[in-house]
Write a protein that binds this ligand. Structure first.
Ligand code: SAH
Ligand code: SF4
Length: 349
């Protein structure tokens, strides 16, 4: 690959330094930043208020959008679109755009694969390849933002729930948030971001110090250590008591309600006694539980809970004062649901 610099790896101040190194005045940095993040123009040739020579020079030195779409799938209901994107080194990732009433949410990947090996997750089964850079994360958002712009609308939310564990790639994840939050450009409010983590305690504690109230979702899936050790192997390193203490700190520091993700697996974590155990665990914490019927993956025998089991689980939580929502299965027909993302192109069925 070329040694061109990826500009979406640079927060504003670093972009300004790069522009200054080129011997250009500082207003050029403002122009460039606005072209990329406000106008969503990724081709220097189209940056009409820059001198022609400068456009040529910069296109020889830098790139803005490093991602190439290889395959796009849209669900039958038209509300979910998944794209397989090629990175400059040939690795691939998937990103998803979901339309809700009044909301357009991008679900981004933070790693190629994932090292944490949760047995029910397709990404976890594929193993870990590498971290994405901040610019490669930003690029996923810009890719869909550009498409929505053409339709006269815009991204309203970014969720870090695609491939990989965002808190295992902490720097790049937060760099992407800070770039997209910057009011000089994309200007997406802190509250519009949600990081989903499997429960990396040091990362949660670090997030609590960032001074930006981004949403936190914690993938729980079990309410006791014995079961969680099986479903979420990293629980052996960060068991429930430590995890819940870090969550408590996050709520206290940011004032934000935490979401707990709980994928309901038939006969494994879905009986009413387990709902009561969950309610006890979360008692007193400002939180909400998202119940997700397990999305089947090829590699694993776990089955989703039946609708009756899901409703009974929810009733039990409700009775014990824990608010919950059953997450609608989104994009399941195109394998774009939670835990179904992977990095290879699938053969047509
Ligand atoms: N690594 C992070 C974020 C990516 S996974 C995390 O684990 O939180 C995004 C969400 O999908 C997590 O809540 C994860 O537990 C969930 N998930 C993974 N596989 C799933 C499956 N087969 N069915 C339903 N949810 C799944
Ligand atoms: Fe990794 Fe999250 Fe999948 Fe677990 S659920 S393997 S942490 S991506």
């Amino acid at each position: 690959m070329s040694a061109k610099i990826l500009l979406t790896d640079l927060p504003y101040e670093q972009l300004a330094s790069w522009v200054a190194e080129q011997g250009e005045p500082s207003f050029r940095a403002q122009q460039l930043f606005a072209w990329i993040y406000h106008s969503l123009v990724f081709d220097f040739a189209d940056m009409t208020n820059l001198p022609l020579g400068l456009r040529q020079k910069w296109s020889d030195l830098a790139i803005i959008q490093p991602l190439q779409p290889l395959e796009t799938l849209t669900s039958a209901d038209g509300l979910t679109t998944k794209v397989l994107l090629e990175l400059p080194d040939g690795d691939t990732i998937e990103s998803v755009l979901m339309h809700y009433e009044g909301r357009h949410t991008v679900c981004v990947s933070t790693q190629v694969g994932c090292a944490l090996g949760c047995p029910f997750c397709a990404t976890g089964q594929s193993g870990f390849k590498r971290n994405l850079s901040g610019g490669e994360i930003v690029g996923q958002v810009l890719y869909f933002a550009r498409q929505l712009q053409e339709q006269g609308t815009a991204i309203t939310n970014v969720v870090f729930m695609g491939m990989g564990e965002p808190l295992a790639n902490y720097e790049a994840t937060w760099q992407a948030i800070r770039i997209l939050n910057d009011h000089r450009g994309f200007n997406l409010g802190a509250r519009r971001f949600t990081i989903s983590t499997v429960g990396l305690v040091p990362g949660i504690r670090r997030m609590a110090q960032e001074g930006l109230s981004v949403g936190l979702a914690v993938s729980l899936h079990a309410a006791n250590n014995a079961l969680r050790d099986r479903l979420v192997p990293i629980n052996k390193r960060y068991p429930l008591a430590e995890l819940l203490a870090a969550c408590q700190e996050y709520v206290q520091r940011t004032g934000r309600r935490i979401s707990f993700e709980y994928a309901l697996i038939q006969g494994v974590n879905d009986d009413p006694g387990q709902a009561r155990e969950l309610a006890h665990l979360l008692r007193g914490l400002l939180c909400h539980v998202n119940l997700i019927p397990l999305n089947p993956t090829a590699e694993c025998d776990y089955q989703p809970s039946t609708r009756e089991r899901i409703m009974a689980f929810r009733r039990e939580l409700n009775r014990m004062g824990i608010a919950s929502t059953v997450r609608l299965g989104r994009g399941i027909d195109i394998q774009a649901g939670c835990g179904q993302l992977r990095s290879r192109q699938r053969k047509a069925a």
